[in-house]
Design a protein around this ligand. Structure first.
Ligand code: C2E
Ligand code: CA
Ligand code: CA
Ligand code: CA
Length: 273
């Protein structure tokens, strides 16, 4: 049926209103969820490629929404960033994950915990003091705490970012360059930031498996090694991928092949009996 122009406009307007309404109510329930601590960290184990040993975890956010199922970061992180709410999430993620780290280190002292940062986190004046407090409170060795940063975090305000990164170095925590190779200037920030770890985005693993052309993947691993970084592959789903990573000398991996992100209780139940 042919719609009249008027109907189209009407439809468009009511769609806009709906969208705004949803946006607004979602933002409101995010704020409420943060207050009620509905956001929890799950933990994806990271293993040594050569020995299979458990090395540490990446903390990943989930929303245990009271009347929905568990929501993943794609459902709330973009809006949190847009609304300036992400640093509140990061605070809770840091606090939860470092509490777990200190308890899990009693079973395995050399474990690390890796936490994702957003640009807003490093712009928040209390970020460094909160981090210092948590490390002291849990008596953690600072270099067991890894902060994952992306290119977009560095691009927002380079001068400020580099000040904060220097302060982080003084605290003694280490940095990981996340989603390496997916942005535009990965190589230049590899040079400017003295990060301990390089995380290869899943797309490079997939691409290598699907096309059989592994030259790029191999070169990224080489590059990381040349820069004296520990290289971590993400999204390893197949045993052939793991075997190949072993051949090319990749240090660590995470992926559904070995383990999905787990609740803290699952980590405690399944990883140490
Ligand atoms: P990321 O930092 O690249 O994290 C890795 C993502 O890959 C996670 O998705 C993880 O569940 C997924 N993954 C791991 N292994 C496999 C695999 O073998 N196959 C597949 N298909 N996926 C795998 P998740 O948890 O949905 O997180 C998505 C993104 O959301 C993260 O990507 C990160 O950028 C962001 N994120 C998650 N938690 C936080 C947080 O607390 N703060 C911030 N700022 N961002 C977060
Ligand atoms: Ca990450
Ligand atoms: Ca990543
Ligand atoms: Ca990724």
């Amino acid at each position: 049926a042919k719609k009249s122009p008027t109907a189209d406009v009407c439809y468009y307007k009511s769609w806009m209103k709906d969208k705004e309404k949803n946006h607004f109510s979602l933002a409101r329930s995010i704020i409420k969820g943060l207050e009620k601590e509905e956001f929890i960290s799950v933990y994806q184990p990271i293993f040594s490629v050569s020995t299979g040993k458990l090395m540490g975890f990446e903390a990943l956010a989930r929303w245990q929404h009271p009347d929905k199922k568990v929501l993943g970061p794609g459902d709330f992180i973009p809006l949190m960033e847009e609304q300036g709410l992400i640093s509140k999430l990061t605070e809770q993620m840091l606090s939860q994950s470092l509490t777990r780290l200190s308890s899990w280190q009693e079973k395995q002292p050399d474990l690390f915990m890796s936490i994702n940062l957003s640009a807003q986190d490093i712009q928040k004046p209390t970020f460094l003091s909160h981090l210092r407090y948590l490390i002291a409170h849990h008596r953690l060795i600072p270099d067991r705490v890894i902060l994952e940063i992306t290119e977009s975090l560095l691009l927002s305000d380079w001068q400020q970012a580099s000040n904060v990164l220097n302060a982080l170095k003084e605290i003694g925590v280490r940095l990981a360059l996340d989603d390496f190779g997916t942005g535009y200037s990965s190589l230049s920030y590899l040079q400017r930031i003295n990060a301990a770890k390089l995380k290869i985005d899943r797309s490079f693993i997939q691409q290598s498996t699907q096309t059989g052309d592994s030259r790029l993947l191999q070169s990224i691993v080489q590059l990381g090694k040349t820069m004296n970084m520990s290289v971590i592959a993400e999204g390893v789903e197949q045993v052939q991928e793991l075997n190949f990573l072993r051949i090319i000398g990749c240090d660590q991996y995470q992926g559904f092949l070995k383990a999905k992100p787990m609740l803290a209780e699952e980590v405690e139940r399944d990883l140490w009996i």
